[in-house]
Design a protein around this ligand. Structure first.
Ligand SMILES: Cc1cc2nc3c(=O)[nH]c(=O)nc-3n(C[C@H](O)[C@H](O)[C@H](O)COP(=O)(O)OP(=O)(O)OC[C@H]3O[C@@H](n4cnc5c(N)ncnc54)[C@H](O)[C@@H]3O)c2cc1C
Length: 391
């Protein structure tokens, strides 16, 4: 069903959440303008798990097969002892899901490939996407929202969706939000050419290793040509001003030097320009994502730590639910935004919370307690279907 296109909807941020929202709204006939601070559309070089719940959104947008084509199927998942290299847990995955492109399943993709797919799926990207537009200020009157950008441009929209991530300028300007809190964890991400570590057996293909203060997760991307890893360590403090920045491979290697050789070999094979460090931050949940004609989405609304690999999935789910709410309410934007918030807040708060708790389970003092399969503790979180969820 098409929605009236009389409203101009501005989206701040062309990350995974912003682009998915734009596509979902455009497909319903809505008028969308996106403002992105970057001069070029790009995503970081890293892997990303798109869990089944989020994969359903791609299906709804007609992009299911294209998402499956980006996947590097992992037939098995497991837990490996960080010192001996022994397999502690081995979980074969549903083969039909893993190997079929016409079945909805969790997928492991390269973030940049996914981002490219989303950008290519925008309708008339040339006119709706404004790059080099870093939001500097946002204010609203009774009939419009005024957006001012660092490049000197000013624009006006009827509604604005803040999809500008963890450090959201929209959130900072319009919401009384506490500063983000450092979680006590630092993450490094790297991509390694499989041929450089060809002697390492990658079975299980999706593997986690952990001690009481560190975690290492690896899985293949780009058809197995690259190994993606996330390495996480507890840190008492984090001195850098930046939340995401290039890192030295030697810094990660030093953290994991006592671990099984396979882990060190993968880390040491990281090209020097393909290693990034993230300080992991979180925020207490907001009790209102709506301020007048402005609403938050994705990490801007509910930044989620990576311990369940579900932050992007939440942003993707938000996108379809928001579009469904606009469709259900047609031009009544207040009701649409309220309906979206009602439909989403409890779920995103829950995933935010269990993701933080998961960090402690992964890095439990008791080795038996931390030897759990990658999906344990998730409960039925992946059963959520944003296409049919009650709104
Ligand atoms: C180590 C790590 C691993 C992760 N792994 C997974 C995983 O496997 N699966 C998963 O689902 N999630 C994962 N996540 C979480 C996921 O990356 C985020 O939840 C997701 O990227 C949020 O998407 P978003 O679109 O809301 O925000 P972002 O991806 O942060 O996008 C925000 C966009 O807004 C732009 N922007 C910011 N400020 C401005 C401004 N002032 N003006 C204009 N534009 C602006 C940015 O340039 C960016 O393009 C992981 C996170 C980390 C740190």
């Amino acid at each position: 069903m098409s929605v009236s296109n009389s409203l101009k909807i501005g989206i701040v941020g062309a990350g995974i959440g912003g682009l998915t929202t734009a596509i979902a709204l455009q497909q319903r006939g809505m008028q969308v303008v996106i403002y992105e601070q970057a001069e070029k559309l790009a995503e970081v070089g890293a892997g990303l798990t798109i869990s089944k719940n989020a994969a359903r959104v791609f299906e709804a947008l007609g992009l299911g097969e294209q998402l499956a084509a980006l996947d590097s199927p992992c037939a098995n998942m497991g837990v490996i002892d960080h010192l001996s290299g022994d397999i502690l847990v081995y979980e074969p995955r549903d083969q039909k899901e893993t190997l079929s492109s016409n079945v909805i399943a969790s997928r492991q993709v390269h973030r940049a490939d996914l981002h490219k797919l989303l950008a290519a799926s925008l309708i008339d990207a040339d006119s709706c996407l404004n790059l080099d537009h870093r939001l500097q200020d946002i204010s609203q009157g009774t009939s419009q929202v005024k957006l001012s950008f660092a490049n000197g441009q000013v624009d006006h929209c009827d509604i604005v969706i803040g999809a500008d991530g963890l450090k959201s300028a929209v959130r900072e300007r319009l919401y009384s939000s506490e500063p983000a809190n450092f979680t006590g964890f630092v993450a490094w991400r790297g991509l390694v050419d499989r041929t450089l570590v060809k002697d390492i057996a990658l079975d299980p293909q999706f593997a986690t290793y952990s001690s009481n203060d560190k975690l290492f997760v690896r899985y293949p991307v780009r058809n197995g040509d690259l190994i993606n890893y996330v390495a996480i360590a507890r840190k008492d403090d984090f001195l850098s001003e930046s939340w995401a920045e290039p890192a030295d491979v030697s810094e990660v290697a030093a953290q994991f030097s006592e671990w099984h050789q396979n882990v060190s070999d993968i880390i040491l094979a990281t090209p020097s320009d393909k290693c990034m460090r993230w300080a992991l931050f979180t925020r207490a949940p907001l009790n209102n994502w709506i301020n007048g004609r402005v609403c938050l989405l994705g990490d801007a609304a509910h930044p989620t730590t990576p311990f369940f690999g579900m932050g992007a999935a939440m942003a993707i789910e938000d996108s379809l639910i928001l579009a469904r709410c606009f469709e259900a309410e047609n031009d009544n934007w207040q009701s649409a935004l309220e309906r979206y918030q009602r439909a989403r807040m409890a779920r995103t708060n829950h995933i935010q919370q269990i993701s933080l708790e998961r960090a402690e389970s992964y890095m439990h003092n008791d080795p038996a307690k931390r030897a759990m399969g990658p999906s344990s503790g998730l409960g039925n979180a992946m059963d959520y279907d944003p296409r049919t969820a009650v709104i």
